[in-house]
Ligand binder design. Structure first.
Ligand SMILES: Nc1ncnc2c1ncn2[C@@H]1O[C@H](COP(=O)(O)OP(=O)(O)OP(=O)(O)O)[C@@H](O)[C@H]1O
Ligand SMILES: [Mg+2]
Length: 506
């Protein structure tokens, strides 16, 4: 593509109270291309895009669009200049409905009748917009009632509605199912045909290979290189991304699948578990030391099963047996007492306190273990454990007192996972989409940790929609489709080509 340069970001630097987010980063995006940005968690990708649209102020550097210098004061300015952004952390207004969010600040009015905002028209247009991206979401529903995936779709619809020429997508597919992702790819390709320019940030390198024309790799706040996709292999990208950490990534041993013999103790037995409108007749056993995968598309009921097992939703029927004891789990507190931990899917809303320091987020679910009699926190123990976990997970931060919300998206995820790993009295750990938004190097670290927990005889349940990941990691796989179990796989039967058809069809 010999198109002219549309966006030029030159020597952009940004410091956040001592944390260097960007150091002389450069980016050149051509008119009409799909340009991918990749790099480890905390490399500076989101910050660079926030600076482009005026959501953050740069310390130094220059930005040119079509050869003229720009300096947007805020994202509304950028929107007026036809640049839209889909943020990594969803930015919808939770107590407004879907159509109000899609048209926020851009509402179609009705001048003839002197009506300021024509709500009926908004809803009609919103429905059309959503249908275009293949989504069946009621435009009148309040956003906070939607799942994370649905919110992401609304966010995409909002960006498309602005009719922008440049669209920045920061991890736009991280919560989407493969079907929805494919639909989004169709749309992105259509936008490209219309001459629009897309900047696409993703940790899903396969997506990047499929979609992008060129890729810029970031490391430690700077761009390392820009390449044409047709001229690189995915491993080249990983190598550039990880730098000296690549060797460790490559050497990550592949664990032999465990053949859990009947003699192995059953930790959790679920029989005929149903919740009206969500899932039906779910039965499985989880043995000590076993990694069980529950795989299914977004909306197949995985998260809802986890919520029932963790005592969040209380209206399910059926039998749950934890270590030979028939139980009724009425609250997360009771679940924790039974030795069950949950890393939730929606970590920003349910799993973390963004305005509290990292150390508090890491230790919040293990205060009972870290406290002295009388409730005084064992400060040193809590710091020692936190330090160990943060380094195991390679969390990029300046210190433990930094507020969680100031970490990069992927590093926030790692802290929420860490908060459950820090407990050493757990028997059963449920992880809902554990590697969403996490870079390839850190994914490998998380796999390693999950395996070492299983080797310490924990039973692990992984809920996921990424079939290759589930197949690589699990000893047993349950396939869920529209709330029902469609198939079970064990041992050597666990292969992507075997599992995939059961994920898709009923
Ligand atoms: N408002 C802020 N205050 C302090 N530090 C910040 C702030 N925003 C970002 N940072 C820091 O800047 C660095 C770059 O973060 P950024 O979010 O740009 O990374 P990223 O490449 O998007 O990572 P990820 O893949 O995890 O989303 C990180 O170390 C992050 O902690
Ligand atoms: Mg980011």
């Amino acid at each position: 593509m010999n198109n002219p340069c549309l966006i030029k970001m030159e020597e952009i630097s940004k410091n956040f109270a001592g944390v260097i987010a960007l150091e002389k980063a450069n980016l050149n995006v051509k008119q009409g291309e799909i340009h991918a940005l990749v790099g480890e968690n905390g490399a500076g990708k989101s910050t660079l895009m926030k600076i482009l649209v005026g959501a953050e102020e740069k310390d130094t550097g220059n930005i040119y669009i079509n050869g003229s210098e720009v300096n947007f004061k805020n994202p509304l300015d950028a929107r007026a200049a036809k640049i839209a952004i889909i943020y990594q952390e969803l930015s919808l207004v939770p107590n407004l409905n879907v159509s109000e969010n899609i048209f926020l600040g851009n509402e179609p009015g009705d001048n003839k009748k002197k009506i300021k905002v024509n709500h009926k028209l908004c809803r009609k247009l919103a429905k059309e917009r959503l249908a275009q991206i293949g989504a069946d979401i009621d435009p009148g529903i309040i956003v906070e009632k939607l799942s994370t995936a649905q919110q992401q779709i609304v966010e995409i619809a909002r960006a498309l509605e602005s009719n922008a020429d440049i669209i920045v997508m920061d991890e736009a597919t991280s919560t989407l199912s493969s079907k929805e992702t494919n639909k989004l790819f169709e749309i992105i390709n259509k936008l490209k045909e219309e001459g629009k320019t897309i900047i696409y940030i993703s940790h899903m390198l396969e997506e990047v290979m499929k979609l992008a024309d060129r890729v810029t790799v970031f490391r430690n706040g700077g761009n390392v290189t820009t390449k044409k996709i047709s001229e690189v292999h995915v491993y080249d990208i990983v190598k550039i991304m990880l730098g000296s950490n690549y060797e460790e990534f490559e050497n990550m041993e592949t664990r032999k699948r465990k053949d859990i013999s009947k003699s192995e103790k059953i930790l959790l037995k679920v029989e005929g578990l149903s919740r009206k409108g969500h899932f039906e007749d779910i039965s499985f056993e989880l043995h000590q030391g076993e990694i069980l995968g529950i795989v299914g598309l977004v909306g197949s009921g995985k998260t809802e099963i986890a919520r029932s097992l963790f005592g969040i939703d209380l209206d399910s029927i059926g039998k749950i047996t934890v270590r030979d004891q028939l139980v009724k789990i009425n609250s997360p507190k009771e679940a924790i007492k039974l030795g069950i931990g949950l890393v939730p899917e929606d970590r920003r809303r349910q799993g973390s306190f963004l305005t509290r320091p990292i150390i508090e987020n890491l230790t919040i679910s293990s205060l009972d273990l870290l406290n002295h009699w009388g409730g005084v926190l064992k400060k040193q123990k809590s710091l020692d454990r936190s330090t160990a976990i943060a380094s195991e997970l390679n969390v990029k931060m300046s210190d433990f007192n930094q507020l969680l919300g100031l970490l990069s998206g992927g590093n926030q995820q790692k802290v929420v996972i860490g908060k459950w790993i820090i407990r050493d009295d757990q028997k059963i750990l449920i992880l809902d989409e554990p590697t969403r938004g996490i870079d390839v190097g850190s994914k490998a670290l998380i796999y390693k940790i999950i395996r070492s927990l299983a080797d310490k005889n924990l039973g692990i349940i992984i809920l996921g929609s990424e079939i290759p990941e589930i197949c690589r990691l699990c000893d047993k796989v349950v396939v869920l489709c529209k709330g029902k179990i469609n198939a079970y796989f064990t041992g050597e039967e666990i292969k992507e080509e075997n599992v995939l058809p059961y994920v898709l069809m009923k």
